[in-house]
Design a protein around this ligand. Structure first.
Ligand SMILES: O=P(O)(O)OC[C@H]1O[C@@H](O)[C@H](O)[C@@H](O)[C@@H]1O
Length: 306
């Protein structure tokens, strides 16, 4: 659908409008409760700001916006694998192959708008996008999945990713809502809720270790995958005097990440402006769906001023 048709079908005057940015289509959302931006490229939420709050999601000033690149910041959707397709602690995914882009193809595909409407209950905007197999996914061995991403954008944020198996063989995949939370200073940010959990340390050859007994403080490059973790977390952004609550369901893995340095699409000066606390099913928690089955993973984000 072109932008005019999207606006005709789904636009809501003063609330939801579709526009072009750098050749990509994005939805701009303004409600009394929040502002938000969603790119159809990757179904990528890049901005969510409840009224009266600073933006909750970080977006790199050096992010690229191009059809073959992932946006740096916001909430990339990783699917149907997390990180590399194969590796230590990984199970064999559909296709049983090692090729394909980092974090899967879903963040590089253009998703389809299926539904948009305001909720009469709380004025939040409900936006639903879908992803079906494409020549790119089929070339990587994924030709019988269906994915639905339901966003509820208001004073709180709900992100729900549902994947269905439309084929005749089991569908085995990983997934992540790779959320970049904006914080005043990553080095003064605590993560509560993961105390003592087992993790695989990607900065140390995926060695198995344990989180500290006290809330986790970012002090260096951090790249930790926590399997068998269903805990809700609270991110304590001390500089901004707020707590970000991340409540999740249908997710058995968490990932905590900050590169602590610049990257090609991240200026070094911005590397302490976010922490990634990711809602994931990965490694031994990869999802297996029998034909006709579906699975949902949800992250619900709320902000508490302190
Ligand atoms: O640069 P990308 O592909 O967006 O990945 C960013 C990071 O994503 C994290 O979730 C991974 O654990 C890291 O290993 C990775 O570096």
């Amino acid at each position: 659908m072109d932008i005019a048709t999207l606006n005709d079908h789904f636009g809501l005057p003063g609330v939801l409008a579709f526009e072009d940015h750098a050749g990509l289509t994005r939805a701009r959302i303004t409600t009394p409760a929040c502002t938000a931006t969603v790119y159809l490229h990757g179904a990528h939420l890049t901005h969510w700001q409840p009224t009266g709050q600073k933006p909750v999601l970080f977006l790199s000033d050096k992010s690229e916006f191009a059809a073959n690149k992932a946006i740096r910041g916001g909430v990339p959707i990783c699917f149907p694998w997390f990180g590399a397709r194969t590796g230590v602690h990984k199970v064999t995914l559909t296709g049983d192959r090692a090729d394909g882009p980092m974090h899967g193809f879903a963040r590089l595909q253009s998703w389809t708008v299926a539904f948009a409407a305001l909720s009469p209950a709380d004025g939040s905007l409900r936006l639903v996008l879908t992803l079906d197999p494409s020549p790119e996914s089929q070339a990587l061995g994924f030709d019988h999945f269906r994915a639905v991403y339901e966003l509820s954008l208001g004073a709180t944020l709900t992100m729900k990713l549902t994947v269905a198996n439309g084929g005749t063989e089991p569908l085995v995949f990983e997934e992540a809502l790779h959320t970049y939370f904006a914080v005043g200073d990553a080095g003064k940010t605590l993560v509560h809720g993961l105390e003592g959990a087992t993790y695989y340390d990607k900065t140390d050859g995926m060695a198995t270790k344990h989180m500290p007994a006290e809330p986790f403080l970012f002090t260096q490059e951090t790249d930790r995958a926590l399997p068998s973790t269903t805990a809700n977390v609270v991110i304590e952004d001390t500089v901004n005097a707020r707590r970000i609550h991340v409540d999740k369901s249908g997710s058995n893995t968490s990932v905590v990440w900050n590169p602590w340095k610049g990257m090609a699409d991240l200026d070094a000066s911005q590397s302490h402006q976010f922490v990634c606390v990711e809602t994931v099913n990965g490694f031994e928690n990869a999802i297996t769906l029998t034909p006709g089955e579906s699975h949902s993973m949800t992250a619900h984000i709320g902000i508490e001023s302190v």
